[in-house]
Every structure is written in C-alpha cells, then in structure tokens.
Design a protein around this ligand. Structure first.
Ligand SMILES: *Cc1c(COP(=O)(O)O)cnc(C)c1O
Length: 414
C-alpha cells in the first residue's frame, strides 16, 4: 500500500508539470490502468523502479536496446565520447563510420542520412520519394505506425480503401488527402488502389512486420507483391524498418524476407538507446537531397556524436556476436511455453512472434499485465505494442518469466 502511494505521488507530481505525466503517450499506462513504473536505473535485462521492485524488461525502450540496458561496451564508448564534446554542428568521421556499417549491413542502402528520430526519417524518406517521382500520393497500411507526422496519423476504420481521415485532432483534413490507407496483407486491394491512383502515386510505405498493432506477420508473397507492383507502376517502395532493422536480422527485415525496398527507414537499435533515426537507399535517389539536390532536409543535432557512438558500438557488437539465431530460439521457447500455460488454465491469449519480437493479445490483458508486473515482469504497457528480447536475457530470465506467467494464469482462472 505504501509503495502504491509513492507510485501515485510520483505520477501526480509528473502530471502537474507534464501533460499526462509522460513525454510519449504509451508510457502512461492508459491502456492497462494503474500507475506507470518510474525507472530508477537499469542493467542488462532488468530495470529497477523508483518505488523499489526489480523487473525483467521485455519493452527494452520499445525495442531499441537489443543488447539490453547499460551494455558495458556501449557505456564505455559513451564515457570516452562525452569527454570529447557532445555536439559540433560540423562533420565527424564517426558519422561516416556508422553510415558505412549501415550500408554494409542493409542491402538496399548505398547512402544513408542520419536524423534524430524515426519520425523524422520517415518524413524525409517520403519527401524524397515525392520529389523523385514528382507525385503526391502515398499508400500506407492499417495498423502501421510510422511516427507522428501529420499526414501519417491516419487509419481506415472502414476496411475500405478510403482517402485518409486524420485520427488525431489538430491535423487539417487537407493534410491527409494524399494518404491512402489499405488493409495490410491484401495484395489485390493494393493493386486495385495503385491502378486507380497511379497518375499521382509516389510511394508505398510499409512496416515489413507490423509491430504497433500487435505483431502482425506479412503473409507469404505480400512483401514480394509490393515489390512487383512498385516496379510495374513506378512507385517508390519504402520499408519502415525503425523496429525491424537490425532486429529481425543484421540485414533487417529485407534480409530476413529477401525483398529489397527502394528506401529504408531506421531508428531505435541504430542509436543504441540514444535518440536517432536514418533513411537510406540507392545513391540515384539519395543524391536528390540538399546540398546535392533540391530536397531540403536538415537537423541541428543530426549525426550527434554521442548517439552515433552508441550506434556504432551496438552495430559492431551485433556483427561480432551474431545473436539472431539464439534470440529467435529463446523467443520461440518463451512464446511456446506461454501458449501451453494459457491452454492449461483455459485462458484465451493470442501469441504472435517472429525473431526476437512478440505480442500477447487477450480480452484479459489488463489483468494479465498487472499480474505480471507484480511478479516483476515488465511487458510493453499495451497489448498492441510489441515486446522484445535482448541478447543478454538469460535462460534464468526466461524460466522466471514462465513461472510468473504460469502463476498469473492460474490466479486468473479463479
Ligand atoms: C518507433 C517507430 C517510429 C517512430 O520513431 P521515433 O523515433 O519514435 O520517432 C516509426 N516507425 C516505426 C515502425 C516505429 O516503430
């Protein structure tokens, strides 16, 4: 009870000065109720709350921390970097190094530009695709999140190919009129829409695995179909790999599924836990960017040496360790056992997973969530968000999580 009062106090104090007490809405626990855990510190697979408590973390800064929290090599590299200055507004060889690591890893990328967030990367990639084609309209898919740019905050509720209606206040209807929203995994509907709008269609943007609507896998042939249609009708295919980049494989989702987009957006993992984004593709398209071309794009802190250092260390470490197979196996083990445990107690949950990402959806999600939280297991605080494993989650972490899940399901049955 005392702990709960402290938690409440922290949240109330935050809410006085920050709208809703948070700097990004999903952190607020609105979807699951109760008070968010204020984090005091974190190491490896665990974080520690301001009100006490130790949590096995499966949110991992929304997937950014594939090496877990405060990974020693990342921390060491950051300590050294900070002492040499934190921002210059002039080029560094660090930026070249990160760009080279990205270009070597991701097959579609010859050149890459760094931004400060995934949102910026997506906005810039779309601007570039529009300039390259001289066209305006873009296609996105239902349930996909591409950051919070005005014209991308659109979802079609109707299940019909509708021209965009903003699903947030503050966005003029006019700003979304070039956004076409289609159901994910429906290639027939896509081709019909492309035919209809081809005169003014610049790009299709897709999360190769949807991760912001539960984890939704692309059906066999869907991504290949996007590629074929983009080629046939001369539209730019953009993969939003802000989550899947360096997550599904070192070569991203495009390496995992062997489908090559024209432009790729990155973020999260490439910043090793610091703010970053990036977009890249063939030089033929990228050279339209200022200062070479007429497409303006910029950022005071873009390519920030501290963020870039964390990114370089993270990517080098991923390349050295190649943790992807082990991560996939661990995730499979976790998800398989969660399903079995749910069956045992007759609890309906839907578990989806690929590589080291997974989602649990259930009518009883709130109950499940708070049960797990009490047991010291922290999932992303919404059933529509993905959860992640890191390379430093141990067999013990998995075992302890499974025991917690089993106890929670057992209690839920009563
Ligand atoms: C997180 C995310 C973004 C936005 O990145 P920010 O750094 O939060 O701006 C864009 N696309 C996808 C798929 C994401 O998961």
């Amino acid at each position: 009870m005392a702990v709960l009062n402290i938690a409440k106090g922290l949240f109330e104090e935050a809410k006085r000065y920050i709208p809703g007490g948070v700097n990004s809405p999903v952190r607020s626990f609105k979807a699951v109720g109760g008070y968010p855990v204020f984090v005091k510190k974190a190491f490896g697979s665990k974080f520690y709350g301001e009100c006490g408590g130790e949590f096995i973390d499966y949110c991992l800064s929304w997937g950014a921390l594939i090496l877990g929290h405060a990974y020693p090599k990342v921390v060491d590299s950051l300590e050294k970097a900070i002492k040499k200055g934190t921002s210059f507004g002039a080029p560094t060889i660090l930026e070249t190094e990160l760009a080279k690591l990205i270009a070597e890893a991701v097959s579609s990328i010859e050149q890459v530009r760094l931004t400060n967030s995934g949102t910026e990367a997506v906005m810039s990639a779309i601007r570039l695709a529009r300039a390259y084609t001289g066209k305006n309209k873009i296609i996105k898919f239902e349930g996909s999140y591409h950051g919070h740019a005005d014209y991308l905050l659109v979802k079609s509720g109707s299940g019909q190919a509708t021209l965009g209606i903003p699903n947030t206040k503050g966005v003029p209807r006019d700003f979304t009129k070039h956004t076409i929203v289609l159901p994910f995994n429906d290639i027939k509907r896509l081709e019909a829409a492309v035919k209809k709008h081809q005169k003014d269609l610049a790009a299709t943007i897709v999360e190769p695995v949807e991760a912001n609507y539960g984890v939704v896998l692309p059906k066999q042939g869907f991504l290949e179909g996007l590629r074929t249609i983009a080629d046939k009708y001369n539209i730019v295919l953009i993969f939003d790999e802000v989550i899947t980049g360096f997550r599904l494989s070192y070569a991203g989702a495009q390496g995992y599924f062997n489908v090559t987009p024209d432009l790729t957006c990155l973020g999260k993992i490439i910043g090793g836990g610091l703010p970053i984004g990036a977009f890249g593709g063939k030089s033929e398209i990228m050279r339209l960017l200022a200062p070479l071309g007429d497409v303006y794009q910029a950022g005071t802190l873009s390519g920030n040496p501290i963020a870039v250092t964390a990114g370089i260390t993270t990517l080098k470490e991923l390349k050295r360790m190649n943790p992807y197979k082990a991560l996939e196996e661990k995730t499979q083990e976790l998800c398989g056992s969660i399903r079995l445990s749910a069956q045992k107690y007759g609890i309906k949950v839907r578990v989806e997973h690929i590589a080291s990402m997974f989602s649990l959806t259930s009518d009883l999600f709130k109950k499940l969530y708070h049960g797990l939280l009490k047991e010291g297991v922290y999932f992303s605080p919404s059933e529509f968000e993905s959860n992640f494993l890191s390379a430093v989650h141990t067999e013990d972490d998995i075992e302890n999580t499974l025991q917690a899940v089993d106890r929670v399901f057992k209690n839920m049955r009563r």
